[in-house]
Design a protein around this ligand. Structure first.
Ligand code: AMP
Length: 366
C-alpha cells in the first residue's frame, strides 16, 4: 500500500522502517527542511494546512496516518473526504485539548489528578483552592516534552506562570507519584486489539530520558487496569492504530496524565524487546492486516540520546545494544536517537544500562 504520513520526524522514519518490509511505500507531509523521514520516503514539503499539498498527498496514497498529534484536525478531516485516515480525526480533537482529554478520561471512569480550567487571572485563586499547591499549570493546547507547563509552589509563582503561559490554561494537582508508567494499545478496524506490557518511564525536565519494560515489579492488578484503560479509550474513539496513555502510579492507583494518538517514545523499546514493534502494529492496523501478538522477547531498557551525540563506536561495542539514530543535527534538548538494551536477566540489563548511561552522560544529573 501507499501510506501518507502527516509529519516526517523520527516517528515517521521508524514507521517506514517497519512498514517497508510489509510491502508499503511512504510519503510524508512535513514543513521542516531535511526531516528524519527523508531517507525512507517521498517528502511533500509544505505546511500541514496547505490545501494544495493535502490534495497532492491524498492523490498519492491509499491511506493516511500521522506521527505528530498537533496537525490541524481540519487537515485530517479534509484528507478523510478523499482517502481513509487512521486514527480517526476525532481522536485528534480529544487529545489536542487537555480539557477535552480529561473529560474523556472522566467519562470512561479513568481517574485523573484534580484539575481546574484557568482562562482569566481572576480564576487563579479558585483554581488553586481546588487543586492545592504544589500544582502544575499547563497550556491546554500544543504542549509537548515539558514545554507549555510550569510547576508552581506558591500563589505568586502560579500568577507568574499563568501570565507567562497566556490564556487557555489548566491547573492540576502535582501528583505525588511513585513512578511514571505508560501503556500502548493497538486497535484494528475490525475491533480486535492488543496491548503491550506496561512501561516504566523516567523523565527529566519534562523530557523522557529512559524506559524500562516490562515495568519491573508492577502488580498484576495494575497491569490489568492499564490495559483496561487503553481498551476503553480505543473502543470509545473507534480507534485504528497505536494509542499511548501516560499514567502516574500513586499510592497503589493509576492516574491518567495524557493520551498520545500515535506511536510513542515510551514504546521504542518494542523494536528490540518484542516480536512485533509498535511501529509494525500501527502499520498493520492502518493497512488492514491482522495485528501481531506483542510478545516480549527480553527485558529491555530504552535510553534517549538527547542534545548531543555520544561516541557511537563505544555505544555500538556494548553487548545487547541496538542503536536507532534519527539523522538529526544536535541541538540542546533535541531527541537525536535512542538506544535499546536487552538483557537475559535484570542484573545483566542493569549492568549494561549503567555502562550505557556513562557513555550517554546521563549520570550525575546531566
Ligand atoms: P505532560 O506534558 O503532561 O506529559 O507532562 C510532562 C511531564 O511533567 C510528565 O511526564 C511528568 O513527569 C510531569 N508532570 C506533568 N503533570 C504532572 C502532575 N500533575 N503531577 C506531577 N508531575 C507532572
Amino acid at each position: 500500500m501507499r501510506i501518507g504520513v502527516l509529519g516526517g520526524g523520527q516517528l515517521g522514519r521508524m514507521l517506514a522502517l517497519e512498514g517497508i518490509p510489509l510491502g508499503n511505500r511512504f510519503a510524508f507531509l512535513e514543513p521542516a527542511p531535511q526531516p528524519p523521514a527523508a531517507a525512507v520516503g517521498t517528502i511533500i514539503s509544505a505546511p500541514y494546512d496547505d490545501p494544495a499539498a493535502l490534495d497532492r498527498l491524498a492523490d498519492a496514497v491509499d491511506v493516511v496516518t500521522y506521527e505528530f498529534e498537533n496537525v490541524p484536525a481540519a487537515s485530517a478531516r479534509l484528507l478523510a473526504e478523499k482517502v481513509p485516515v487512521f486514527p480517526p480525526p476525532a481522536a485528534l480533537d480529544a487529545t489536542q485539548d487537555r480539557l477535552a482529554e480529561k473529560r474523556l478520561f472522566e467519562e470512561l471512569g479513568i481517574p485523573v489528578a484534580p484539575y481546574r480550567t484557568l482562562d482569566t487571572p481572576a480564576e487563579l485563586g479558585d483554581a488553586l483552592d481546588a487543586v492545592g499547591l504544589p500544582a502544575v499549570v499547563k497550556t491546554r493546547r500544543f504542549g509537548y516534552d515539558g514545554k507549555g507547563q510550569a510547576v508552581v509552589r506558591t500563589a505568586a509563582e502560579a500568577e507568574r506562570a499563568a501570565k507567562a503561559l497566556g490564556p487557555g490554561l489548566i491547573a492540576e494537582s502535582q501528583v505525588p507519584f511513585g513512578r511514571e508508567l505508560s501503556v500502548i494499545g493497538v486497535r484494528a478496524a475490525d475491533g480486535s486489539r492488543v496491548c503491550y506490557p506496561v512501561t516504566e518511564n523516567h523523565h527529566r525536565g519534562g523530557i523522557l530520558r529512559a524506559s524500562w519494560a516490562p515495568a519491573p515489579g508492577l502488580e498484576r492488578a495494575l497491569l490489568r487496569t492499564a490495559g483496561r484503560y487503553a481498551t476503553l479509550l480505543m473502543d470509545r474513539l473507534e480507534y485504528v492504530g497505536v494509542l499511548a496513555i501516560e499514567l502516574f502510579e500513586s499510592h497503589g492507583r493509576l492516574l491518567a496524565n495524557e493520551i498520545a494518538p500515535r506511536v510513542h517514545n515510551s514504546g521504542h523499546w518494542t523494536l528490540d524487546g518484542t516480536q512485533a514493534s509498535q511501529f509494525e502494529n500501527h502499520i498493520r492496523a492502518v493497512t488492514g492486516l491482522p495485528l501481531a501478538a506483542p510478545r516480549v522477547r527480553a527485558s529491555t531498557a530504552m535510553l534517549n540520546i538527547i542534545g548531543e551525540m555520544p561516541d557511537v563506536t563505544a555505544v555500538a561495542a556494548l553487548p545487547g545494544v541496538h542503536l536507532h539514530l534519527y539523522d538529526k543535527d544536535p541541538r540542546p534538548g533535541r531527541k537525536l536517537g535512542h538506544v535499546n538494551v536487552v538483557g537475559a536477566n535484570g542484573e545483566t540489563l542493569a549492568d549494561r544500562v549503567e555502562q550505557l548511561e556513562r557513555l550517554l552522560r546521563l549520570v550525575d544529573g546531566k
